[in-house]
Design a protein around this ligand. Structure first.
Ligand code: ADP
Ligand code: GN1
Ligand code: MG
Length: 371
């Protein structure tokens, strides 16, 4: 189990030059992976300037050096494009603030790896899509992100989490957790275990299409949930894609699918009342149109064919990951109460069931937006 980040927070704060005295650092955001703090500084005669300070998850990332190389490469590349297009580089792309040592990140006395980004002011981070317009705005932003990285040299990117969206491998890991059942928790989730076993064959659908050359490998974000895009407070546009930890070669349909998984419904990811967890087809429709617009017509006809599969498999895979973590003792995803990973698994499987029930409608919506 990782040490509490608070134990070395002060060390981390001292390792960076924030340009003004630090007046506070508080836990921030709703991410499940990293320990995130918002740092407040007080420059003389100016309003407070904020930064995001994060201890990268050691459970998720074995090589923070490689992770930071990816992020620095991608953010600088995006920054150049934004500047060349007359955009506002400081708001539309993340920027890494290096520690005073000049390295890419700071390593604390307990081995924890820390990084800093300037806080992108004037933005909101949503936990649920308040309106179809806002959800569409996030879709345009994620589509644009993929479009901007279309010529990025993919072979320079490290695989920060091996087999991240390898659904077949996720199934293997689930089965291993089930057979050891270290905490004797399998008895609490027989229905969810059966749900996975009934869908084993589905795990290969997108991967087979990739192996057969039907789906292209692109540089993708791979963690496109709504709270990984910052929305402009005034215009509601999605302006800055964040959480670039898993930006690496992947499938466009997975980027589409992970957004649908998280955002195309009106409930929290850990909602316990499953009657409230329902796929909203109008949100699916709004996101599809906007994501394709953001991609700028770059998706192939096969990628369009597989969008509903991306949605279903990202939701299924995520549910299976929550279930695996539950069986293994909640080591990977941050939890704040007992059984939270099992609750998260249940919402995902409810959404998968809904997608299966509305399969023809999902395909018809995608067909509507074929050029
Ligand atoms: P995790 O991997 O744990 O999800 P994130 O990198 O997504 O961590 O950060 C967690 C939260 O911190 C985000 O959801 C967002 O609310 C906030 N955040 C991260 N970076 C910034 C930034 N540069 N400006 C403003 N808010 C940010
Ligand atoms: C994690 O980092 P965060 O909270 O944005 C996870 C995603 C899951 C998601 C489920 C690196 O995303 O893969 O889909 O939780 N990120 C990583 O909410 O594992
Ligand atoms: Mg995040």
């Amino acid at each position: 189990m990782a040490e509490k980040a608070e134990l070395t927070l002060q060390e981390a704060l001292e390792a960076f030059d924030f340009g003004a005295p630090v007046v506070g650092a508080i836990r921030y955001g709703c991410g499940h992976i990293n320990d995130t703090f918002c740092v407040h500084t007080q420059p003389e005669d100016e309003i407070c300037r904020r930064f995001i300070l994060q201890r990268m998850s050691a459970a998720a990332f074995q090589h923070p050096d490689q992770l930071m190389k990816n992020i620095i490469g991608v953010t600088e590349y995006l920054g150049d494009q934004i500047r060349n297009n007359g955009g506002d580089r400081s708001r539309e792309a993340m920027e890494v603030l290096r520690p005073s040592s000049g390295e890419d990140f700071f390593t604390d006395s307990k081995g924890g790896a820390w990084r800093v980004y300037p806080y992108v002011e004037g933005t909101r981070c949503l936990q649920s899509a308040d309106t179809p317009e806002l959800f569409a705005a996030s879709g345009r932003a994620f589509g644009r992100f993929q479009q901007m990285l279309r010529d990025y040299p993919a072979d320079t990117l490290f695989e920060t989490i091996p087999h991240f969206h390898d659904t077949e491998d996720r199934l293997k890991k689930f089965k291993a957790a089930l057979s050891s059942d270290a905490l004797d928790r399998a008895k609490n989730c027989a229905a969810e275990i059966q749900f996975v076993l009934d869908r084993e064959a589905d795990c290969s659908v997108c991967l087979s299409a990739l192996r057969e050359g039907k789906l292209p490998l692109r540089v993708t974000h791979n963690d496109t949930k709504l709270n990984n895009v910052l929305m402009d407070k005034t215009t509601g546009e999605g302006i800055c894609i964040i959480d670039l930890d898993t930006t690496m070669p992947g499938l466009s349909v997975n980027d589409f699918g992970d957004s649908i998984r998280f955002g195309a419904n009106h409930s929290a990811e850990d909602e316990q009342d499953l009657s409230k967890v329902n796929l909203d087809l109008s949100l699916f429709d709004a996101y599809t149109q906007a994501f394709l617009e953001g991609c700028g017509g770059a998706l192939t006809s096969a990628e369009l064919d597989y969008l509903p599969w991306g949605a279903k498999l990202m939701t299924f895979e995520c549910g299976m990951r929550f279930l695996t973590d539950y069986l293994e003792g909640d080591h990977y995803f941050a939890t704040h109460r007992e059984g939270q990973n099992l609750d998260r698994c249940r919402t995902q499987f409810k959404l998968v069931t809904d997608m299966e029930a509305h399969w023809d409608e999902l395909n018809a919506i995608v067909d509507q937006y074929r050029a």
